[in-house]
Design a protein around this ligand. Structure first.
Ligand SMILES: C[S@@+](CC[C@H](N)C(=O)[O-])C[C@H]1O[C@@H](n2cnc3c(N)ncnc32)[C@H](O)[C@@H]1O
Length: 275
């Protein structure tokens, strides 16, 4: 059970399937409950006041939320742990001169854009890539709600791997990379993304796009079997000895009374000379 602003939702979370409810009486307060009907699909059962869209603010960022068919609401709150790190990494004195517009950051599998907006807030020029057109349109509304509509953000609806290959052919270069790859997904023309099969290749493309000297790489992941040390080793292998260090962290959702629920991992790689 989670509260997003005025709306309380009750959603399946495999990480806590076997954990007893601490306060069973509270659960009837959920205005919307997502029930799985099989596999990844399911449906919302609306029991209370749930507007078609509502918004929440986190610091300077404002997000439009809504109950989506896949049981999400448009924000992964566990990602908030990355935003101060992102801003600090972008704002810290550069090891080498960024472009006149600021650091060029590529954000892949960018969803509704929280990391894009956090990076833009820090002064970066961001290329935001996601396969879903409606999700990219949603992010642009989040940018406008957050007062960031005029920031240098390029919005791309494309398959992540295909986009990276095309950028390489065009000679594009990036200073830093953010990626939040799902276990399984597909591009706008049905291109299949399977993390277990494609992540290594994608990291190799990203290493090329950053000249093997990215200012930082932020990789988050929710795929079973891919813990932070394993992902850190994959980044280091792709960057082939670049002077940097990967730090891993388990992402968590925290309850008001201090309990935590694991919600994926973050690996933060930073160029050593950036301190
Ligand atoms: C943010 S990721 C996954 C989030 C979270 N880590 C998880 O595992 O549930 C989901 C996003 O990736 C996008 N996506 C999936 N396959 C893609 C692909 N091949 N290329 C670009 N974006 C893709 C989806 O449209 C969606 O917005």
């Amino acid at each position: 059970m989670e509260r997003f602003g005025p709306v309380i939702v009750d959603r399946p979370a495999p990480a806590v399937d076997r954990v007893a409810r601490a306060q069973p009486d509270l659960w009837s307060q959920a205005a919307a409950r997502y029930e799985r009907t099989g596999g990844e699909s399911g449906q919302w059962i609306i029991r209370g006041e749930v507007p078609p869209e509502w918004s929440v603010r986190r610091g300077a960022l404002v997000f439009e939320l809504k109950c989506t068919p896949l049981g999400q609401v448009g924000l992964f709150p566990e990602q908030a742990a990355n935003w101060p790190w992102l801003r600090a990494s972008i704002e810290s004195p550069p090891a080498r001169a960024p472009t006149a517009q600021g650091l060029r950051v590529l954000n892949l599998f960018a969803y509704t854009g929280a990391s894009t907006l956090a990076a833009a807030l820090g002064g970066a020029e961001v290329v935001h890539v996601d396969a879903a057109k409606n999700v990219v349109a949603w992010t642009r509304r989040n940018a406008a709600l957050s007062g960031l509509a005029d920031r240098p953000i390029r919005w791309i609806v494309e398959d992540a791997v295909k986009f990276c290959k095309r950028e390489l052919r065009r000679g594009a270069r990036y200073d830093a990379v953010i990626l939040d790859p799902p276990s399984y997904g597909h591009g706008p023309r049905g291109e299949v993304w399977r993390l277990s099969r494609h992540l290594e290749r994608l990291l190799a493309l990203l290493a090329e796009l950053t000249g093997r000297q990215p200012r930082f790489v932020l990789l988050t992941c929710h795929t079973p079997g891919y813990d932070a040390p394993r992902l850190g080793r994959m980044i280091e292998a792709a960057l082939a000895g670049a002077p940097g260090r990967a730090e891993g962290e388990t992402l968590v959702l925290r309850s008001a009374d201090g309990r935590t629920m694991p919600a994926g991992v973050a690996v933060r790689w930073r160029l050593a000379s950036d301190g």
